[in-house]
Ligand binder design. Sequence first.
Ligand SMILES: *Cc1c(COP(=O)(O)O)cnc(C)c1O
Length: 359
Amino acid sequence: MNTALNRSWIEINLGALENNVRKIKAALPKGTVYIAVVKADAYGHSLPRSVVRFLKGGADMFAVANMQEVSRIRELVSSKPVLVLSPLLPDERRLVFEYGATPAISTLEEALDFNSLARERGRILDLHVKIDTGMGRFGVWHEKAVEFLREVSKFSNLRISGVFTHLSSADCDESYTHMQMRNFTRVVEEFGAKNILIHLHASAGLNYIKDGAPFNAVRVGLLQYGISPFGGRCKTIADVEPVMSFKARIASISRNEKRIIATVSAGFADGVPSNFSKNACVLVRGKKCPILGGVSLDETLVDIANASEAEQGDEVVFIGKQGGECIDLPLYSHWTRRIPWETMVAIPRRVAREVVNVK
Ligand SMILES: *Cc1c(COP(=O)(O)O)cnc(C)c1O
């Protein structure tokens, strides 16, 4: 690791990432297929640096949002299936053959188009069918899903290798979640799905997995990066550890009669938002130091009266540990009025990704 040239950087704890995947997998019913959700550059954790760790931890398959993300995985891993969660535009569809991706479909138009593309190439295309059980995003509405699945089964160049749905409120509404699970289970049973992947659980949903059946795969995003989707309201199925820390340096210090102010080398261009709440802090020399606001493109002003011995060049922690103190990602998110998912993906490319704990 060489942070000497970095004015702001993220540290990615690869050992923690690998352990998280392993622990989550161990907590699942035996034989459950682990689909690692790595869209948005592995939620900002650098796909190229983390991809091997997902595999070592036991990921069986990857999921992303679009074909560009599939192509980035294919530069690194050729063997594992990659599911594309979002619908593909007509122009993008031929690429699934080029890159070996598994699309998710929910309309007959997609089925027709994929079938003819597959036929032209003399191929049989594996795909998953997305069912809407009450989220209201894309997906075939569950009341029409059995009929749709039967239609798609008739296409000779398509093979349904999975069916899935997405829970809208697994973190906060138990009865709605049970209703979605019932809707989905009914479709799966009526269709008589055999030897295909059946999945519904994302991070928050994992608490509902119990004995598994009829589900035999899960799609894990946030939790594998060490962050609970519940914000401390309930326990997660595995005791995971945060992977991402966000740091910068003291660029300069100015003193007046009232205050000692550090100019910290990260601003909006490093993803530091300007709307910090009043009590927001960073860590300097292991002490909590209040953010004064004054976030500009490249800098943030911090009152370092609590760490008056600090010097130019010192490390400043926005997210992570220092000394005995910790600002975890959910707390930082709370201060910036974001949810943890947003925090992770909002840290731009300018911020270097440095690997720690490689062992
Ligand atoms: C992003 C996404 C996930 C992962 O969700 P987490 O809450 O981060 O675990 C799972 N399924 C679908 C369809 C998604 O779009």
